[in-house]
Design a protein around this ligand. Sequence first.
Ligand code: ARG
Ligand code: ZN
Length: 896
Amino acid sequence: TAIQRLDYTAPAFWIDTVDLTFDLDPAKTRVLSKMRIRRNMDVPAQPLRLDGEELNLARVMVNGGGTSFKMEGSQLVLENLPEGDAPIDLEIFTTCAPIKNTQLSGLYVSNDTFFTQCEAEGFRRITYFLDRPDVMAMYTVTLRANKAQYPVLLSNGNLVDSGELEDGRHFAKWVDPHKKPSYLFALVAGKLVAREQQIRSRAGNNHLLQVFVRPGDLEKTEHAMNSLMASIAWDEARFGLSLDLDRFMIVATSDFNMGAMENKGLNIFNTKYVLASQSTATDVDFANIESVVGHEYFHNWTGDRVTCRDWFQLSLKEGLTVFRDQEFSMDMAGSTSARAVKRIEDVRVLRTVQFPEDAGPMAHPVRPDSYVEINNFYTVTIYEKGAEVVRMQHNLVGREGFAKGMKLYFERHDGQAVTCDDFVQAMADANPESPLAQNLEQFKRWYSQAGTPRVAAQGRYDADARTYTLALSQSCPATPGQGDKQPFVIPVTLGLLGADGSALPLQQQGDAHAGGTERTIVLTEPRMEITFVNVDSAPVPSLLRGFSAPVVLECEFSDADLLNLLAHDGDPFNRWEAGQRLGLRIALGAIANPGVTANAQGDVEQSVLPASFVQAMRDVLRNPSLDAAFKELVLTLPSEGYIAEQMDEVDPQRIHTVREAMRAELAASLHEDWIQAFEDNQTPGAYSPDATSAGRRALAGHALNMLCLAARRSGDTLWPGKTYQRFKDAGNMTDRFSALAALVNSGHELARPALERFHALFKDEDLVVDKWFALQAGTSDRNGNILPAVRELMKHPDFQLKNPNRARSVIFSYCNANPGAFHRADGAGYAYWADRVLELDGFNPQVASRLARAMDRWRKLAEPYRALARAAIERVAAKPDLSNDVREVVTRALAD
Ligand code: ARG
Ligand code: ZN
């Protein structure tokens, strides 16, 4: 049942126009589809096979008359269509039941409102169609519904007609001026209100922007609207890409499987990525909204105008669009330091989520070769690694060169459905002298080979010759189905630091002029050496600056080297990285040290942190020239998941114990500094989610967390008391929530009343209630015995398994984000996971399959975890009527 990339063939028919009429009714929606199709004369004549799923077929007509047809599986097959290339009129009348659609794919109802989600293959759940992205049609859509219940009727493009019908019904007719694949179709119908904004573009055109939400949520749409306006301006300024529609709409729904969807002119969003007010949303929420609004808007060109030929090319639009939204967020953040903070955050996601994926059973290339269920391939590899592959191209051709490549890409492919190869080819052709063009075929291995490459670096200083030679070598571990890997093209941006931390001028052997303090070496061979001359003393190499390639860098730094880099590196990313390497080294050492033991409360009493590390962290906290956001990142130890990835055999409890010991020691040893950091980083005055203010709040919140953690051991009551006060008085959700989290995560007795108060205050705010659930299911308090509390949370009247956000807030927070509590020696966490996967799979396979991924790395677990994990996965796999989605994940997890 797996679909292979190399089996691609062009469609046998094209659909040039489609005219859809919907009579919207939750129990029985009637869909009339009138298509003008024609044979694709480039391929051998064959029957027309239309995709369909859970549809009731009422009528099929060809050129106005009856026709013979048959069903093959879920496909509608027409064998006797007229021959030749003349257009054929095909009319299909079906019904479906949106109210019964619990998968949230296709046409469904949420809060009495109709929504659609068609990517990747949801359109076939609405009508029979060639539901594949290389079939692009012009759409006309007429919506008819009861006017009182569904006053707002929306679809893609421009509203060309609307009016009254009999029996209290009304209609709206929409025409999309651009052709598009079916996955970009959308409709919305219900009681909604809109924030509206007229804008005039650089190009001088007027556009109407609308953000639709439920009545009552309107005041929470200002930030989304501002983000949309900023996105439009940014794409024009940076890439010369203008909005190509008179009207651009965003609609928010609280029932949504993913983040958001880029339907042409009618983006549909999870409320989480639209609604924000200072009292209900945190700084992180504000930043996510800006980024997701940008992402979906940028798809208008990279995705909608130029789309994917087939779903194996998904990263063509997703990797590129993530790269674009990352650049947008960086440009919005402004300062060099704020850009670096965003870069660090993005790399952290890549390394903590994508690297494990690339090392586990679901590893796949950025352009996969096969899949069973395409919904399983909306992954961090397609998105985040795909973005890194685009970023490497950006760095290899330069900023101007990249803009030229984008221009050529659109000149060549506007209105087409193309491949990843077409994109790189345009980049290379626009920059023929670049290292990308010179190594094009080899560079493309980033698209075809899975796995995270390793780059080993070894430096050798020759005092007599005053040279420094750096040997770089690369390798890549095997991944499922890919044993041997060929060398990649790896850009390594580097600099050298003197013993005093100064940036050394770089002069390569054979290179006449010394130039600057940073350069990018392109590693293409398995191994290479470069020699720098005129080096006065042994330098410390600063390698892979800005994370110039998505690889694991192995280099034997001494502690002194890392302390030097942490204190002085001119590259903020590597400064942060040096601190992470130090922290990781300490963690791995303590984990392996049998002398480090926990008492009955699970606390480690002896010191695990070298004084030099504590001092380095103190220096960072006290450094007046560093931004608060950057300090907060440096002071955050590598996550438990990241530490686990560095080990061959993982005892999650042990990792948790040691990391908590490190945190507790940082909390106690830097007590005065945390107080200072807290007091220095208040943000009085009007709330603003800008990067500087958000960074201050992040550091103050972190400080509070540490102060409460220290209080847990010292018995201090001052700071927990102050934290409770701050929780009560906070003027924004960021401060309120970080105070609440500090109490909950330190297990303080004030946590209970604070949680109760929080719920009472925000019980009518769904997104805040999600946070309330997530905090409790994700906390590591109570010595990891969180499972009983998680079960209780599921009995709470506000818990709803059918709502994806709510399900995620409890179940995913526990299974994915709380390793110290999830991995239990009795296997009860795994049993809970299996129960929830099976339960969710009964009505929403996409959400179930995401949860199934929580066990990806089970093979690395130490006993008894490993055997218990296997048993839980096997129990899931044994269910006979499992969805394709979950079956693919558990089958791969169990495959040897
Ligand atoms: N294209 C959407 C985005 O990147 C996500 C769609 C995900 N679809 C899915 N079936 N998982 O914003
Ligand atoms: Zn996307």
